[in-house]
Design a protein around this ligand. Structure first.
Ligand code: CP
Ligand code: NVA
Length: 310
């Protein structure tokens, strides 16, 4: 285990080297196989979860994960802390550093996470921001590694160039995969993330392709991944987004273009009938609940790395 990860903030996949990302995944595989080995690894540790948005998977897997490592979690719901409103983000950071060992935060704005991390001594893990969802990507690559024993496959993401897309493209290219992003014009991933992914791909032998031709990009796909068209906080854009994403639904017609053994992925929650049909998300090629389970194992590994319990 790289000791260099102890005490570190994980706000972005870009905060990890290829070696560190791989070591988290290898540890997650061991944690999943041998959970009993780690039951007291973080005894006495306290994690606080500060969430500005709702959550099922992220909250439950972090709390369950910390408890199964011997530590404790405190959940602070969206209306409880009101960072930046009830008190400045800096004061929140300066209080928490006196009490807890790790902060797991889900925020609207990525810069709130950056401020929380820079103003206090406590390591901060990004539990989803408008820019990234790194914990999701770690669980996704853990899932992909369970189904494919080589990185010589292509991951095709169909839909919005959003937080989930950003972390997936960064981690996929960091680890040497070909990542294809099928996205309507105007909803492409952030240029800085594209640039970083291109650099990662160059170093790892991976590849990044971004195009609006969803059918061409889905041909022969080993993984077809999608996420909601309207993310939390974008609700007022829903009508225009429904129009813009017309033709980008992952349905049986699109799946027919992919590799016959394609795995269907979605971070969940899914909007059946929008970005994916019920038939596909609930169908035999879907691994969405494996992904959800793997949130637990990946985050346990991440906590062990950050808190030095490995
Ligand atoms: N995928 C995911 O992060 O789910 P939640 O929003 O329920 O945490
Ligand atoms: N892109 C979605 C992911 C939810 C897990 C959102 O930000 O709402």
């Amino acid at each position: 285990m790289p000791h260099s990860m102890e005490g570190r903030d994980i706000l972005s996949i870009g905060d990890l080297t290829e070696k560190e990302a791989l070591s988290i995944l290898l540890l997650a595989e061991d944690v999943k196989r041998n959970p009993k080995t780690y039951v007291t690894a973080l005894a006495g540790g306290v994690m606080v979860l500060i969430f500005e948005k709702p959550s099922l998977r992220t909250r439950v897997t972090f709390e369950t994960g910390m408890a199964s490592l011997g530590g404790t979690g405190i959940y602070l719901a969206p209306d409880q802390v009101q960072m930046g409103e009830r008190e400045p983000v800096r004061d929140v950071a300066k209080n928490l550093e006196r009490w807890v060992q790790v902060i797991v935060a889900r925020t609207f704005e990525h810069r709130t996470l950056e401020e929380l991390a820079s103003q206090g001594k406590t390591p901060v893990i990004n539990a989803l921001s408008d820019l990234e969802h790194p914990c999701q990507a770690l669980a996704d690559l853990l899932t992909i590694r369970e189904h494919f024993h080589s990185s010589k496959i292509n991951l095709t993401y169909v839909g919005d160039g959003n937080n989930v897309c950003h972390s997936l493209m960064l981690l996929g290219t960091l680890l040497g995969y070909e990542v294809r992003i099928a996205v309507p014009k105007g909803y492409e991933p952030h240029p800085d993330i594209v640039h970083k992914s291109e650099q990662f791909a160059q170093d790892s032998g991976g590849k990044i392709v971004i195009d609006s031709n969803v059918r061409a990009l889905s041909e022969g796909a080993h993984v077809l991944y999608t996420d909601v068209w309207t993310s939390m906080g974008q609700e007022e854009e829903e009508r225009e987004r429904l129009k813009a994403f017309d033709g980008f639904q992952v349905n049986s017609e699109l799946v027919a273009l992919a590799d016959p053994d394609v795995k269907i992925m979605h971070c969940l929650p899914a909007h059946r009938g929008q970005e994916i049909t019920g038939e596909v998300v609930d169908g035999p090629r879907s691994v969405v609940f494996d992904q959800a389970e793997n949130r637990l194992h990946a985050q346990k590994a991440l906590l062990l790395c950050i808190l030095g319990g490995a």
